[in-house]
Design a protein around this ligand. Structure first.
Ligand SMILES: O=C(O)CCC(=O)C(=O)O
Length: 264
């Protein structure tokens, strides 16, 4: 399965429309891949908290529509990263009307899955102040037939989420992020930790550049089930293209069956 991770760099100078045009162009260039992955909150800015409410959209808004058209034109399964979602209708249980929602579009351009980030980043500010938490585990079927659990950025710090995903059959984790340079060492370590402890493939697409005064960490990566780094980006904008061998996870789990020794 050929996978492309678009490690997008951006600053504060583009409108949502300008950035969307640039991104869908990049997606269209990935024809020949099976799966394309974008970072977290790229249309609205991962750390641009102040702009989120004004820039929020529904999952049938202009950004997701443009992503659908690009997925169809490129003939790929597209994990479009996430958007600030305002679905309309009743607010969530905490009275807020925004979510950090990942969107997945198939090669006919249809929205086939959404995942609302469960663990909100920002402590007293940022996401917990402005957004509701997601409540549902979400998995998708990848073009090679494997099952991928979805999560977003800060979720990476919570290993129990990934254990729950493998218990539902996931052998791959797809993780868009806007992870800052200040803690990029944690990012690189935790991607490998999740891969090793769950004997799973990790496909993790981070953001680059500096926006809202936050320098993003880059280092998007694809990690194999033994913790091997199959590909890793640098710090700037880059498309990482990886040909993932089939049955990597099955071979790892059969060859070293540590998951069978769990005691619950
Ligand atoms: O956990 C971290 O250090 C970064 C998390 C983050 O930036 C996010 O979830 O948006």
């Amino acid at each position: 399965m050929k996978v492309a991770l678009i490690q997008l760099a951006y600053d504060d100078s583009e409108t949502v429309e300008e950035r969307t045009t640039r991104v869908v162009d990049l997606v269209r260039q990935q024809r020949g891949h099976d799966l394309v992955v974008l970072p977290e909150l790229w249309p609205m800015g991962g750390f641009d908290y102040r702009a989120w409410s004004d820039k929020a959209q529904t999952t049938s808004g202009s950004v997701v529509q443009a992503l659908g058209a690009a997925a169809r034109d490129a003939g790929v399964l597209l994990h479009g990263g996430s958007i600030v979602e305002r679905p309309g209708g009743a607010p969530g249980p905490e009275g807020k009307d925004l979510w950090n929602t990942s969107v997945v579009l198939d090669s006919s351009g249809e929205l086939v899955a959404t995942y609302r980030k469960i663990h909100r980043f920002g402590f007293a500010g940022g996401e917990p102040a402005l957004m509701e938490a997601g409540a549902d585990l979400v998995s998708i079927e990848l073009p090679d037939g494997s099952m991928a659990g979805l999560s977003t950025c800060y979720d990476l710090r919570f290993p129990e989420l990934y254990r729950a995903q493998i218990d539902q059959g996931a052998t791959v984790f797809v993780i868009p992020a806007a992870w800052p340079m200040a803690r990029v060492d944690h990012w690189r370590l935790l991607l490998r930790a999740r891969a090793v402890e769950d004997q799973a493939v990790v496909i993790a697409c981070n953001t680059a550049g500096t926006h809202a005064r936050a320098e993003m960490g880059g280092h998007s990566a694809v990690i194999g089930p033994g913790g091997e780094v199959l590909a890793e980006a640098g710090e700037g904008e880059e498309v990482l293209s990886v040909d993932l061998p089939t049955d990597l996870v099955q071979a790892a789990r059969e060859g070293f069956p540590v998951l069978a020794d769990r005691r619950l």
